[in-house]
Design a protein around this ligand. Sequence first.
Ligand code: AMP
Length: 444
Amino acid sequence: MSFSAFALSPKLLEIIKEEGYGKPTPIQGRLIPRLLASHSVIASAQTGSGKTLAYLLPILESIAPTEEPFRHYNKAFILSPTKELAQQIYEVLKPFALSLGLRAVLVQGGGNRGEERSKLKRGADIVIATPQRALEYMEAKLIDIKAVRHFVVDEADMMFDMGFITYIDKIFSLMTQKSQKIIISATITPRVVKFAKGYIKPLERIELDPAGKIADTITQELYPVREGKKDMLLAWLISHYQFERVMVFVRKKELADGVAEGLRTWGYKVGILHGERSHQERKRSLQAFREGEYRILVATDIAARGLDIADLEVVINYDIPHVKHDFIHRVGRTGRAGKEGRAITLVSPGEIEQLNDLHKLLGSRIKEVILQEYAPKEIKARGFLLSVPRKSSTSHSRKKQTAAPGGNKKGKKRKTTKRDGFKAYDEAKPKTQKREKARRRGRR
Ligand code: AMP
């Protein structure tokens, strides 16, 4: 299938070609015809699957000027939970808007109010906004929500998670019944569906992948790690695998600062992205990371959504996110648009409950990699006991990754590089417990 199979104007098809988009992705194949037919939808598809273009093209087709003179009033309105995603949507849109003679305006928290206001006053066909700023300009009558014919809520579930529900509710209540509403994310929660049903009738559901599905192009690994050893393991992983572009996700802002500081002591150039950094700092960090000035970007889950960073080879989860489905978004920063990606997750004994929940969400267990130097002696959780041989090697090497513990029936140590899941540990439990008891007795 090619883009020309859709009812898109020759001009739009020309820009698609110029911008180097090949064939439509599966979500584009499903969504574009429905949106061109003016349906309101709630849609979910994997991270990095081309959702932005899937909703932008039909909107552009609908609002592109056909006759002069053309008035710049708000015809399309796109809401994003974060500034970074808003900026990115704007960047995707920009070449289309320029070629089609449409005016696109970006308004976002931390943005220059004077500039934003004057741009809105001059007229905007498409407004891309973060929720709080959007509402501010709606109240100041700088955005005419009644004129809006197409309304998009991108990464909808994150809006809800971030507590933007009152803003979204207000915006929806002001929108005309006739306007087309598009709610989209890689993970759509039942809460979002319930909300959407309240405002959108009829509502069409387009679900390309089961909820929580991670792209097949992404290889996942789980590294059990002793408490307090994550920083060392993180630095080791980056150096050992010589990752050139790494995104490290952490739960908390303070932790992001600390982890970044730790990595800097190893001589790495590291950017930081979290909610307590100023707009300029966030912008600068992301830009420097995109341009390769920073090798590592340490971020909280604010950066987990939608960000498209070219050739990001690996995502490292320093921990498991508070909101479980954010894990899918974190991991989805790599392996985008059909490319290969790698996701590494570090888990300490205190996080086993969260890991179990995560495995439930994913519907499968992540492959474990045991490094003797870092792996916990034992991790007890829900009847599973993880343990590794206490003997530690002197240097790190991939070959020396030794699977834990116990041994085979003849009592010989089993040596493998990688193993799946917890099963082997469970089998090894009695022997390990015996050894542990003997060790304690010896101490006494
Ligand atoms: P998105 O999910 O919208 O963030 O898009 C993920 C990545 O896929 C971006 O780098 C897009 O430029 C790219 N992309 C989107 N549509 C296509 C397409 N039809 N062909 C190739 N790449 C695409």
